[in-house]
Write a protein that binds this ligand. Structure first.
Ligand SMILES: NC(=O)c1ccc[n+]([C@@H]2O[C@H](COP(=O)([O-])OP(=O)(O)OC[C@H]3O[C@@H](n4cnc5c(N)ncnc54)[C@H](O)[C@@H]3O)[C@@H](O)[C@H]2O)c1
Length: 245
């Protein structure tokens, strides 16, 4: 019997992460949907379970001891890790202090790096596995008021390239997805409103925001065997935004 495929998706209670958890479950992964917000995760669970095997993990990805203990308890190393959890507060540079910068880097970059390190141990020992880091087009281009976020996402692309090289000899692949504008609660919580939405949509060559399921499809491609020869890549899914003059 072949070993079951398992996936850990962080930030899976809503938005893109939730769509990724649903898609990977539908693709046959036994998915652990991890989120800091237990109430939100519980509310999402019935719908997530309609797609396949999904179990919840209420955890803060920055709590490395907790996450490592969870990894150690698993019967088999993960087949796929999707580092999706992130925060994106809108903070003008003039108001950005060291604590706010560190908070964003800790969730968006440091947790992904350290989780990639810990999950990577088991994956490398097993000689297989795929890590997908959900970065952003903000890793590739600037955006005012978002230096902290942009830098954290650029660091995630750098992490992707370096981990890909370190893990390639062990048969483990590491890739990133750089989504463009995808209207989720993150936008409204970050302080963006309907006027910003219309403004952004007007600049996207496809003339619309992405649906979370469209980003989830790119993550699923990189997490699964269809991308078996792809590693170190940052796949841009942005409706043409970043190729525009
Ligand atoms: N929405 C977009 O337009 C867009 C564009 C580019 C990239 N992205 C990236 O896609 C990913 C998902 O974005 P989204 O719009 O779905 O965000 P979202 O805010 O809707 O969802 C993020 C989830 O992560 C969880 N989370 C936050 N901090 C956590 C922590 N420390 N531990 C565990 N869970 C935590 C939140 O509770 C939330 O459920 C993020 O990495 C984001 O940077 C989003």
């Amino acid at each position: 019997m072949s070993t079951p495929r398992t996936a850990l998706v962080t930030g899976a209670a809503r938005g893109i992460g939730r769509a990724v958890a649903a898609r990977l479950a539908a693709d046959g992964f036994a998915v652990t949907a991890c989120d800091l917000n237990g109430d939100r995760l519980e509310a999402a669970l019935p719908e997530l379970k309609e797609h396949g095997e999904v179990r919840p993990l209420v955890a803060d990805v920055t709590d490395l001891d907790y996450m490592t203990a969870w990894l150690d308890r698993q019967e088999t190393p993960l087949t796929a890790l999707v580092n999706n959890a992130a925060v994106a507060p809108r903070i003008p540079l003039a108001e950005l202090d060291a604590d706010a910068l560190a908070d964003v880097m800790r969730v968006n970059f440091q947790a992904a790096a350290l989780l990639g390190r810990e999950a990577g141990r088991g994956m490398c020992a097993a000689g297989r596995g795929s890590i997908v880091n959900v970065a952003s087009v903000n890793a590739l281009r600037g955006q005012p008021d978002m230096l902290h976020y942009n830098a954290s996402k650029a660091a995630l692309v750098s992490l992707t390239q370096t981990l890909a090289l370190e893990y390639a000899p062990h048969g483990v692949r590491v890739n990133a997805v750089c989504p463009g504008s995808t209207w989720t609660d993150m936008w409204e919580e970050g302080g963006w409103g309907e006027a910003d939405r219309a403004d952004f949509a007007g600049r996207i060559p496809l003339r619309r925001f992405a649906e979370p399921r469209e980003i989830a499809a790119t993550v699923a491609f990189l997490a699964g065997e269809d991308s078996s020869y792809v590693t170190g890549h940052a796949l841009v899914a942005d409706g043409g935004l970043t190729v525009r003059m």
